[in-house]
Structures are given as structure tokens and as C-alpha cells.
Design a binder for this molecule. Structure first.
Ligand code: PLP
Length: 388
């Protein structure tokens, strides 16, 4: 009896999710190309992927991954500090730093691992973190693990941030400001100039997560924080517009040395495999040549937002390729998502706790591989649902 009871908490936790209709489950699918997948035999036009440039299926990336696999094998065989640093890892870090106009870069195995362990390594119990209420869960994990004092300011409310900075003078070992540059569920941006100014005036460390801007925005698509003075650490990821996997931080050489010595998420993990390094390198090489694709993506995003707003939909403060259709009620959101699926369109509902209560939404993410006809299909399907 005691044996059976030890997992009673699992039973009740899952039952709670079922009852609140928030049980998450995995829905496998097969990719066809950059914007199509097959699920349960049905072809779906995908508006839920972060493959903003369609690079995950690009022949140049695939060839580079294959070539590096043949040349260096399928695994890096050890952590970076043991025997996992190949020349290809080091070269890639140098190229990334250069492309971002930053002193140094360091690879991480994922954005989640980077945020959750870098923040923990930078902060101690005497530190204060002020972070935007909407930051990605991975940043919260890092902050909580550090035991630092922690305050969230209202989304993009820099007056509240400044009030927090004013109150904090001298009481803390260090103060860190953390935010995303493009917010993952809202597609809006932070005010980078104002944040740089505040961090400078209050002597705070500025930590930016550029995951949804890298590949899409900024000089040569290297993100909103590229080539910006006054920014201390920038996280970029390769699983989104770069079409592959992994992450990096750009920072000063000193900070890089510090992370190599003090960040467990860098030290105690196997280095990224050669195939991934090859794909990232190929994507980085292509980045400056994809200006037309980026322009097209912005243009299509503007068009989609305008059309949705003309039907009366709330797209929040989106100004990027991420366009939320904020419906508020969860049932309504699930209904639209289900309707779109019937029409052959994949557009996943995002519900609390991923987003704030009462702001359930369809998160539409555009790719430069979506054609105007693809958008017309989406717009038509949403319009029909509105008048059902
Ligand atoms: C996706 C995402 C991450 C996590 O990156 P992975 O490489 O997928 O682990 C971190 N931050 C933000 C803002 C993200 O959207």
C-alpha cells in the first residue's frame, strides 16, 4: 500500500490538469518542407514554428551538417573543458562575436540551458534582479536557482523598473536587469535605448534574451542587441531563425572567461555535436545574404496584422513576425485553433500559465517561406470563423 501511495501526487497533479482542461500532451507530426507538416494523415500549413527563414530545410545547412559529420563524427565526445572543444567550436565563437560586433561569444547547448545557468552563475543571494514580467521561463529558472532577490516589473514598464532601481541603491551586491528584446508570446519589443541608459545610470548589469530577433532583426540579421554598446550579456539561440539547435552568449572576454570557469551549464555538459556546428556555421554564412527574405517577412507580418485588426482582432503590441491573436477566453481560443486545423492550418493555442490569465491566444509565427497565398488562406479561414 505504501508502495502504491508514493506516486499519489502524480495522480492528483494530472487529474487537476484534466479537470481544468489544461493537460498538455505531445502531438507528433512529420515535417514536409519549411512551412508544411503532416499530422494524422492531414497536411497542415504551419504557422506555429519558429523557423522564421525556413533554414531548417535549407540545402546549404543540410550539406554542412553532413560534411561535418563525415569529417568529425556524430558526437563531440566530451565537455568543452575536457576534449570537446574542436577547432570548429572555437572558430564559430570567433565568427559569432565578429558578426554581432561584440568582444566574445560562447556556445551553449540550448537557450534554456544558457539562461537557466548563466543567470545562476552571475547572481548570488545578495543580488537583486529586476526583470520584465513576460520573460521566458528559462530566465526565471536561473534567477530562482541563484537565490537572488527578485522583482518583476510590469511588461515594458520602464518607470516601474527605474523605481525599483532607485529603491535598490547600495543594499545589494549587484543589480541585474533582464528582459527579452522581442517577446516570444507577444511579438513586441523592449525599448533598448532606454534600458541601456537605465543600466548605465544605475550601474546595473544588462542581460538581454535576443532569441526571436537573431536571424530576423538588426544588422545582417544578427539581432537587436548586435553592435550595441552598453549591453553586457546577450543570449541568442540557433533553434529559431537559424533553423538548427543550440545557443550562444555574447559578452566581454572577461565575462566569457568567468562563464568558462563558473557556469555549470557550460562546464558539465557534452559539447554541441559537429553536425550542429556545421549547420550553425552555414546559417551564419548565409545571414548577410538574406536581407530580401527579412524584408519580405516584415512586409508580410505588417499585412497580416493589418488584416486581422481590420476584422477587429487584438494583436497586442506586436511589431514583428510573431503575431498573437488574443482572444482572452480559453474555449474560444481552442475553438479557433480547432477550426483552423479543420481548414488545414496549424496554429497552436497558447493558454495560461504560458501566458497571463485571460489572455489566451493563437500565436501566429510567420516565415519568409510563407507565400502571399499562404497568408490569404490563413486570413480567409480566420475571417470565415469570425462570421460562423
Ligand atoms: C526558445 C526560447 C529560449 C530557449 O531556447 P532553446 O534553445 O529552445 O532552449 C530562451 N528564451 C526565449 C525568449 C525563447 O523564446
Amino acid at each position: 500500500m505504501v508502495q502504491n501511495d508514493k506516486f499519489a501526487f502524480i495522480e492528483s497533479a494530472l487529474t487537476e490538469r484534466v479537470q481544468s482542461q489544461r493537460l498538455r500532451s505531445l502531438q507528433p507530426l512529420q515535417p514536409i518542407d519549411a512551412v508544411h507538416v503532416v499530422r494524422s494523415g492531414q497536411v497542415l500549413l504551419n504557422f506555429s514554428s519558429n523557423d522564421y527563414l525556413g533554414l531548417s530545410k535549407h540545402p546549404t545547412l543540410i550539406a554542412a551538417a553532413q560534411q561535418y559529420t563525415e569529417q568529425y563524427g556524430t558526437g563531440a565526445t566530451a565537455s568543452r573543458l575536457v576534449s570537446g572543444t574542436y577547432e570548429i567550436h572555437q572558430n564559430l565563437e570567433e565568427k559569432l562575436a565578429l558578426a554581432c560586433g561584440r568582444e566574445a561569444a560562447l556556445l551553449f547547448n540550448s537557450g534554456f540551458q544558457a539562461n537557466s545557468t548563466i543567470l545562476a552563475a552571475l547572481l548570488d543571494r545578495q543580488s537583486l534582479v529586476l526583470c520584465d514580467r513576460y520573460v521566458h521561463n528559462s530566465l526565471l529558472q536561473g534567477i530562482l536557482a541563484s537565490g537572488a532577490r527578485f522583482k518583476r516589473y510590469a511588461h515594458n514598464d520602464l518607470h516601474q523598473l527605474e523605481a525599483g532601481l532607485q529603491q535598490a541603491q547600495q543594499t545589494f551586491s549587484r543589480i541585474l536587469i533582464a528582459t527579452e528584446t522581442v517577446f516570444s508570446m507577444d511579438g513586441d519589443r523592449c525599448d533598448l535605448d532606454a534600458l541601456i541608459d537605465l543600466a548605465d545610470r544605475y550601474g546595473a548589469i544588462l542581460y538581454l534574451d535576443d532569441a526571436h530577433a537573431v536571424g530576423v532583426l538588426g544588422q545582417d540579421g544578427m539581432g537587436l542587441a548586435a553592435h550595441r554598446a552598453g549591453v553586457d550579456l546577450v543570449i541568442g539561440t540557433f533553434g529559431k531563425a537559424f533553423g538548427t539547435f543550440g545557443a550562444f552568449v555574447t559578452c566581454s572576454r572577461k565575462l566569457r572567461d568567468y562563464l568558462i570557469n563558473y557556469c555549470p551549464g557550460f562546464i558539465y555538459t557534452t559539447a554541441l555535436p559537429p553536425a550542429v556546428i556545421g549547420a550553425i556555421e552555414a546559417a551564419l554564412f548565409l545571414m548577410p545574404t538574406l536581407e530580401a527574405e527579412r524584408q519580405f517577412l516584415i512586409q508580410q507580418s505588417n499585412h497580416l496584422r493589418t488584416r486581422l485588426q481590420s476584422f477587429g482582432y487584438d494583436t497586442g503590441a506586436s511589431g514583428t513576425q510573431i503575431i498573437p491573436v488574443i482572444l482572452g477566453a480559453e474555449e474560444k481560443t481552442l475553438s479557433l485553433s480547432g477550426w483552423l486545423e479543420q481548414q488545414g492550418i496549424l496554429a497552436t493555442a497558447i493558454r495560461p500559465p504560458t501566458v497571463a490569465a485571460g489572455t489566451a491566444r493563437i500565436r501566429l509565427a510567420l516565415s519568409s517561406c510563407h507565400t502571399p497565398e499562404h497568408l490569404d488562406r490563413l486570413i480567409g479561414a480566420i475571417q470565415t470563423w469570425s462570421i460562423l
